[in-house]
Design a protein around this ligand. Structure first.
Ligand SMILES: Nc1ncnc2c1ncn2[C@@H]1O[C@H](COP(=O)(O)OP(=O)(O)OP(=O)(O)O)[C@@H](O)[C@H]1O
Length: 341
């Protein structure tokens, strides 16, 4: 079980075009990934998804808050003593090509982590070859074909399967899949999503799915939990199907309305327009981060920051003073219904 509480991260910009401004990437994020569970984080570009995934995988530091892995607080441990805990969490990058060393065959790619694993678990060196074949079969590849080949000799989907096999060499408890299918040919995406779902069921490995695409988040499991991130803050959280069917935060509603495939799942209601243009960061500070884009914002919204409350009627939690079931159309989504009422 991995639990994050109040995870905060600000990137310090020194000079450059931003003139030394700090960039808040995560603003007190709470989350939990249960053993064998599935959790998705969605949000638009820059909302902090990748930063969160890297922090959870131990590849990025956080400024405050805590990450607790199997009951042990990471904040209280030295970098060296954290390593065995973070090894249980393996990150799958979005680009399977750059994730693999082009000068190494698949056999060589898997041998290094497997040799380490053999030492850690007192196994013989011969075990590594057997295990490499076993893992490649598990991810749906033919070991005889794939083992002697270099990454450029494989398709994008095959490469991503090799990346997943490499992550499995460490017997992880959780796989963090950061946009794991976004750079793969559309026809192969479903196969990778099915594989992640299958690994959950067969190995009991948890999956933390990071995506800007709510449709892929749905695929990972009916029992999954969805977190909607907006500018580093969780604005809505709940069972994936519930949040998709009954979103109450205007930002979640605008995200959903932008996806044609999900039209019809939303409850009918008065449609409102949400401007999608970039904001001046400084403008919204102090109040709700979404207030300047929100057609329902009141004076309270621009002066007071709403926090994620207790579960509401539908079971999900939200950070909004005016939660309501309604459909919202973002400007630019192709359906201009007028910003009435
Ligand atoms: N190394 C860095 N130095 C400075 N700022 C950074 C760094 N990494 C990310 N940021 C900034 O932090 C914010 C969150 O970035 P992050 O990459 O986590 O978002 P994201 O939701 O994953 O976006 P994308 O989907 O575009 O990758 C952004 O404003 C980004 O510009």
């Amino acid at each position: 079980m991995i639990v994050g509480t109040g995870v905060t991260k600000t990137y310090k910009q020194r000079g450059g075009v931003l003139g030394g401004r700090d960039v808040p990437a995560l603003r007190g994020v709470d989350f939990a990934v249960p053993k064998g569970g599935a959790v998705s984080f969605i949000g638009e570009s820059g909302c902090g998804k990748t930063t969160l995934g890297r922090i959870i995988a131990g590849l990025e530091t956080y400024d405050s808050g805590d990450i607790v892995i199997d009951g042990v607080s990471m904040s209280g441990l030295s970098h060296r003593r954290r390593q065995p805990y973070f090894r249980r969490i393996q990150l799958i990058h979005q680009d399977p090509y750059s994730a693999l060393n082009p000068t190494r065959t698949v056999h060589q790619t898997l041998q290094a982590p497997l040799a380490l694993r053999a030492r850690q678990t007192d196994r013989s060196r011969s075990w590594t070859d057997e295990r490499a074949e076993e893992l490649l079969s598990l991810v749906g590849l033919d070991p005889g074909y794939v083992l002697p080949r270099y990454p450029h000799q494989l398709s994008g989907g095959m490469r991503q399967r090799v990346v997943i096999a490499r992550a499995l060499t460490m017997d992880p408890e959780v796989l963090v899949a950061d946009e794991a299918v976004s750079m793969i040919d559309v026809s192969l995406r479903l196969g990778i999503l099915s594989l992640l779902k299958d690994l959950r069921l067969r190995l009991g490995v948890g999956v933390l799915f990071i995506t800007h695409d709510i449709a892929t988040a749905r695929y990972i499991g009916d029992d999954s939990e969805l977190y909607v991130l907006y500018r580093g803050q969780v604005v809505e959280r709940g069972n994936t199907e519930t949040v998709i069917a009954d979103p109450v935060h205007p930002y979640t509603q605008s995200l959903l309305s932008a996806i044609p495939v999900l039209h019809g799942l939303e409850r009918p209601g008065p449609e409102r327009v949400v401007p999608t243009e970039a904001l001046d960061e400084a403008q919204a500070d102090g109040g709700c981060l979404f207030a300047r884009r929100c057609p329902f914002a009141t004076e309270r919204c621009v002066s007071e920051m709403p926090v994620l409350g207790r579960p509401g009627e539908g079971g999900q939690r939200h950070a909004c003073f005016h939660p309501q079931r309604r459909s919202v159309i973002p400007v630019g989504a192709g359906r201009h219904a007028g910003a009435g009422g």
